[in-house]
Design a protein around this ligand. Structure first.
Ligand SMILES: Nc1ncnc2c1ncn2[C@@H]1O[C@H](COP(=O)(O)O)[C@@H](OP(=O)(O)O)[C@H]1O
Ligand SMILES: [Mg+2]
Length: 452
């Protein structure tokens, strides 16, 4: 591993800069390789374009790449894992954007399949799983990487799935061949079909209480994805049952929170009106990440077009604790969480705003960014929540200052395998303790009379 070359002191942000670990004092060890800061937004800027003052990347990463990012100390625990994970999620976001464009605009419906539970799965789900699995294996060695992830290759390996499989292989190779812009060294030659299938099927860990494993939801909210709406790519690292890193890619969730309100295919509507400015921080999606215990969470814009500059901003949960002013999020699909029950809770707690119904873990992102105050999910009795639907979001909200528990006030338990075992009634994530307590009391008061 190589350490960055130091960049001259006057290029660092001024003392008032909000990220204190990137001040000149500790900049020697900083792995956030500043090249400058933006005078307008006062955010750190890292140059990805060809630049004399470029810094070096990890040995196994592409030597020609200028991608630089991630504010953490190289000696810090999980610094390297975080860097690789963020890069992998950026690559996955771009992959998904391309596939979603094709699905939504070109009506590429052939590349959507139905799973046994009737939920959709697309070439993006398999392609992201293969791509992230390959990137993690390259970075840490296949023998050191254990992944719990949503997809398997059963339906993909069937004889009638040959055209889907070849689309997946092409999508993975296209995505990896352009991954060098993120500092990821592409494969020397295109991956063969067997290698792609192997990368997907390697993600067959069952998790558990000991050791280290990654948790991946390649496309969370696949229904939102196929509808041209919100979805997320979620990658977390769990060690001895505790989520230690979380990275959440939200390709359709730009900086401006109002965009969340464009439900039912806002991107489609928007793109018809005017193509979003691809280089704009405001018009593009974001990647959020956090490391357990750092008390900090971060957001980067998604790269697109020829954009050569990237910056990260610290994010914090909302300071609103008055229910009258608070907004709660919940799944779009009634089948995934009872809207009737949360409506009753909202009424008894005094929430007045309309619920923000959003697909996927973008809801966790909304709480962590301070765009909403409460996320509630009350699935039907018997539904078993999977760890990949929550792991990354939980650590990001907690490090951004929020709280995530079940309805009994217990932290979610990621140590029991693929499912969140022992979950009490539902999931409640809040910006602060006061709202959280009010919701929990309201659940206690109304649970027995509910049909859940
Ligand atoms: N009956 C059900 N009850 C609760 N959650 C469900 C469900 N069926 C599927 N889900 C989960 O809800 C996720 C979508 O979240 P949301 O409803 O918040 O958009 C799905 O993720 P995938 O789309 O990755 O399968 C799936 O894991
Ligand atoms: Mg999911």
């Amino acid at each position: 591993m190589t350490l960055l070359r130091l960049i001259s002191g006057n290029k660092f942000p001024p003392p008032s800069f909000p990220i204190n670990h990137t001040t000149p004092n500790n900049s020697l060890k900083s792995h956030f390789r500043f090249l400058n800061y933006c005078p307008k937004s006062r955010t750190p800027i890292c140059c990805i374009s060809n630049c004399d003052q470029k810094t070096q990347s990890f040995d196994e990463m592409d030597k020609d790449s200028k991608w630089v990012s991630i504010e953490s100390d190289v000696d810090e625990e999980y610094a390297r894992e975080l860097e690789v994970a963020v890069k992998a999620v950026h690559v996955a976001c771009l992959l998904c954007q391309k596939v979603q464009e094709r699905l939504v605009f070109d009506g590429d419906g052939e590349n959507v399949q139905s799973k046994d539970d009737n939920s959709p799965v697309t070439i993006a789900d398999w392609s992201v799983q293969a791509t992230v699995s390959w990137i993690l294996s390259q970075a840490f060695g296949t023998e050191n990487v254990s992944i719990v992830a949503e997809e398997d290759i059963e339906s993909l390996s069937k004889t009638d799935a040959t055209s889907i499989l070849s689309s997946v292989v092409k999508t993975v190779n296209d995505s990896l061949s352009s991954a060098s812009r993120f500092g990821i060294k592409p494969p020397v030659t295109n991956l063969e079909t067997t290698q792609v299938l192997e990368a997907i099927s390697r993600c067959n860990s069952n998790g558990g209480p000991t050791g280290r494993f990654w948790v991946l939801d390649p496309v969370d909210g696949t229904l939102g994805f196929v509808r041209g709406d919100q979805y997320a790519i979620a990658l977390a690292l769990v060690e001895n049952g505790e989520v230690v890193l979380g990275v959440l890619g939200c390709p359709n969730y730009p900086m401006n929170k109002e965009w969340l309100n464009y439900q039912n295919g806002y991107r489609r509507i928007l793109s018809r009106l005017a193509k979003p400015d691809s280089a704009s921080w405001d018009g593009n999606g974001c990647v959020l990440y956090a490391k357990r215990g750092s008390k900090k969470a971060w957001m980067q814009p998604l790269l697109s077009g020829d954009n050569s500059v990237i910056s990260a901003r610290p994010i914090k949960v909302s300071a609103i604790d008055n229910p009258v002013l608070a907004t709660f999020c919940e799944p779009v699909e009634k089948a995934n969480s009872s809207h009737l029950f949360t409506q009753g809770l909202a009424h008894s707690v005094g929430l007045r705003n309309q619920p923000l119904r959003v697909y996927s873990m973008v809801k966790y992102a909304a709480i962590a960014r301070g765009d909403a105050e409460i996320f509630m999910k009350f699935a039907r009795a018997g539904y078993k929540e999977k760890i990949w639907d929550h792991a990354a979001g939980v650590v990001i909200i907690e490090e951004a200052g929020g709280i995530v528990t079940d309805a009994g006030g217990r932290r979610l338990d990621f140590s029991k395998g693929v499912y969140l075992q022992g979950l009490d009634r539902g999931i409640i994530a809040c910006a602060g303790a006061s709202l959280h307590e009010k919701i929990m009391s309201a659940v206690d008061a109304s649970w027995n009379s509910s049909s859940l």
